[in-house]
Design a protein around this ligand. Structure first.
Ligand SMILES: [Zn+2]
Length: 232
């Protein structure tokens, strides 16, 4: 096994390692030799997404948007703008159901497949591109979820740090995000599905400042997962 492949597999394991919904998925086991990290935004498109796209463009940053089918149907033009700007559009299912509950049901595979397909349909209709990465609502991760996702052409990916759904004060929250900004990191913020999403714009701007200071490049999640170019 090559070193690059090992790094890739380790990072994939970290990403898919079943993060509890409200805390980090685990240590930064990989990617430390690479000056890249990934910004990921969930639950959109939302009312701040177009401003977020402007911010990312002004900093020449690429990001990944885990979109909900329900949100894409409400703002298809915004989804298309994100796609056209070169960001990665990924699937966050159609309607953000509670899988901690549904996952106990007898019909869970069929229900999940329908949720993935419906989200995908909305994304394909709006952007013309079929997503290939799935993040489950609340980071719900089980072997049967990965299997179901795989059958539909997806890999699953969680995050290394995120906290914008907690009650932490914004200045403390921002500091935590900055601390987590490092090579190989997958940061999670929300651009849809809630109030005070302007905070996402402020924290993202602070993260991008910190990344510039550290010489880190914000890249799409598929780029981060692909690992360094051969020979690096
Ligand atoms: Zn979500």
């Amino acid at each position: 096994m090559t070193k690059n492949l090992l790094l890739k597999l380790t990072l994939a394991a970290v990403l898919a390692a079943g993060a509890a919904p409200c805390r980090a998925a685990g240590p930064q086991a990989a990617g430390k030799n690479r000056a890249q990290f990934a910004l990921t935004f969930d639950d959109g498109p939302g009312y701040i997404t177009e401003d977020l796209l402007k911010l990312l463009e002004s900093r020449k940053a690429k990001a990944t948007f885990f979109m909900l089918g329900t949100a894409v149907r409400a703002k298809p033009a915004t989804a298309k703008k994100a796609q056209d700007a070169g960001h990665l559009i990924a699937n966050h299912t159609d309607s953000h159901k509670n899988w901690f509950k549904l996952g106990k049901g007898p019909d869970r595979e069929r229900t999940l497949a329908a949720e993935i397909r419906k989200g995908e349909e909305a994304i394909v209709k709006a952007t013309g591109v079929k997503p290939a990465i799935l993040r489950m609502p609340n980071g719900y991760d089980r072997p049967w979820v990965r299997e179901t996702a795989k059958k539909l052409g997806y890999r699953t990916a969680n995050w290394s740090y995120g906290s914008d759904w907690t009650r932490t004060a914004e200045d403390a929250m921002t500091r935590e995000y900055l601390k987590a900004t490092r090579a190989g990191a997958v940061l999670l913020l929300h651009d849809g599905g809630g109030k005070n999403r302007e905070r996402t714009l402020r924290i993202t701007a602070a993260i991008l400042d910190e990344a510039a200071r550290l010489g880190l490049e914000p890249v799409r999640l598929d780029v981060l997962l692909a690992g360094p170019a051969p020979g690096n």
